[in-house]
Ligand binder design. Structure first.
Ligand code: 5AD
Ligand code: SF4
Length: 475
């Protein structure tokens, strides 16, 4: 279809189409959903917040969580009548399954679910437009779950700032092979983007008004990319370079592995004031026996030594973690060792899971699997303890002043929500506050999950009001 611009120039216009993406799981997946939306935008696909009437539905799956494949099949079941309704109206709804379940179970998905038109693994998103075009031309169903040698980043369009807080993917994949985990099989080997590309992306996003940058990777502190000087850069070196870019007010990174916390990263925490004093550093268990069976490659004492060194680098440092209870062979004593570790570190936030066997991983075949009700009991007690610690930490913030980056409208008129340097959501009533602004806030109220405060007069550094927030909430 050809149209006329206001200036009279003829240009190609693309018919508008609706794209619905459902993302499951981790931040890496949320980031990937954004990139899929970016890659489809030039073809006229706009994000919508319901699958009803959509031209393309992407289920962006995650394999880490329990019953991942079943959830995908039940969502596919729900999509069937919607796809049929669209066909009855003379339209066509394409269905793509992306992400880690696609990678691991692509062939089975194609065989079991005729509703699926495309299966695309995490390394092949740049080929989505081509796959969509082929399906549109009735060239048959498409599957692409190869691990190409060339990195996918080179083929994806530059992301746009979706708001003041953005993610920048710097590393993908994992070579660690924890015995419970599918990531090394679904995301492939570790790969680090060249620092030059990352810095260019940060500069572009900062110029669009982004202020908080979360450097993202499955094993983010295993980052070893080529520096602009041709040398190998680790995460500490990269963080220092990101910190120098104009507009960068806050830097975070996730998810890191204890084994890859090196001296230079610790030094960066001492030197770079914009690096947040909050680290997500999964430990999984506090029992050395279980850590060994998990192939984590460190002991509890080594983990605690890292925590001490990070705290010595920055005294206001807090930690969050991931825990698995009921790993095969976990005794009551092993579990108590995890509870002791939680008390010693005082994690202010955590994700915790019952162990669930993943086909093909070594732990799935181990003896002494723990009974389901026992896992539940351990998980509930562990989560109770973590909630207590989080509440105590939030309560300790009462009366304190902290820097807040406002990145969301609140639920009530005139309310804006931001985050503290320790990742706590903090609400203020400030009708004139522009999103992306930073301000000093005094905490006047605390609750287990969030804080409320008042803005210190004269402290507001106005932001660029970047991002379409209605879209962000629904993505
Ligand atoms: N069972 C339970 N939890 C798991 N995780 C990964 N694999 C499994 C599994 N098989 C958890 C780990 C990891 C987080 C992302 O998911 O705690 O750090
Ligand atoms: Fe999975 Fe372990 Fe790699 Fe993390 S470090 S992605 S838990 S294998």
């Amino acid at each position: 279809m050809n149209g006329q611009d206001k200036d009279g120039l003829s240009r190609k216009t693309v018919a508008k189409k609706k794209l619905f993406i459902k993302s499951y799981g981790c931040q890496m997946n949320v980031y990937d959903a954004g990139r899929m939306a970016d890659v489809m935008a030039p073809l006229g696909f706009d994000l919508v917040d319901t699958p009803n009437g959509a031209d393309l539905v992407i289920l962006n799956t995650c394999h880490i969580r329990e019953k991942a494949a079943e959830k995908v099949f039940s969502d596919l079941g729900r999509l069937r009548p919607i796809k049929e309704a669209k066909a009855n109206d003379g339209g066509r709804m394409m269905v793509a399954v992306a992400g880690c379940v696609a990678q691991a179970e692509g062939a089975e998905l194609m065989a079991r679910a005729p509703i699926v038109d495309m299966v695309v693994g995490p390394q092949a998103y740049h080929r989505l437009p081509e796959m969509v075009a082929k399906v549109e031309r009735q060239a048959g169903r498409q599957i692409d779950t190869d691990f190409p040698v060339e990195p996918k980043f080179d083929f994806l369009p530059a992301p746009r700032a979706s708001g003041p807080a953005v993610f920048v993917s710097i590393q993908e994949g994992c070579d660690k092979f924890c015995t419970f985990c599918v990531v090394p099989y679904t995301r492939g080997a570790e790969y680090s983007r060249p620092a030059r590309d990352i810095l260019a992306e940060v500069r572009r996003l900062a110029s669009q008004g982004a202020r908080e940058f979360t450097l993202l990777g499955q094993n983010v502190n295993a980052y070893h990319g080529e520096g602009p000087d041709g040398r190998d850069w680790g995460l500490g070196r990269l963080v220092r370079a990101v910190a120098e870019i104009e507009g960068v007010a806050r830097i975070r990174y996730t998810t890191s592995h204890p084994r890859d916390v090196d001296d230079d990263l610790i030094a960066a925490h001492r030197e770079v004031s914009t690096l947040t004093p909050f680290i997500h550093l999964p430990v999984q268990s506090g029992s050395d026996r279980i850590l060994q069976a998990m192939n984590r490659g460190h002991t509890t004492a080594q983990y605690l030594a890292i925590i001490d060194r990070l705290r010595a680098a920055r005294e206001d440092m807090v930690f969050s973690s991931d825990f698995i209870v009921g790993f095969p062979g976990e005794t009551e004593a092993d579990y108590q060792a995890t509870m002791d570790l939680i008390d010693r570190v005082g994690f202010v936030q955590a994700y915790s899971f019952k162990y669930s066997p993943r086909p093909g991983t070594p732990a799935a075949g181990m003896g002494a699997q723990v009974a389901e009700d026992e896992k539940s009991r351990r998980l509930i007690a562990l989560q109770g303890r973590l909630t207590q610690i989080q509440t105590t930490f939030n309560d300790s913030c009462l009366g304190r002043e902290m820097d807040v980056l406002f990145d969301r409208p609140g639920r009530h008129p005139g309310q804006v929500v931001g985050r503290s340097p320790w990742m706590q959501p903090i609400h203020v009533t400030a009708p004139d506050m522009v999103l992306g602004s930073m301000a000093r806030v005094q905490v006047v109220k605390t609750s287990p999950n969030s804080l409320a405060g008042t803005v210190i007069p004269g402290s507001v550094v106005p932001g660029a009001n970047v991002g379409d927030f209605s879209r962000r909430e629904s993505a």
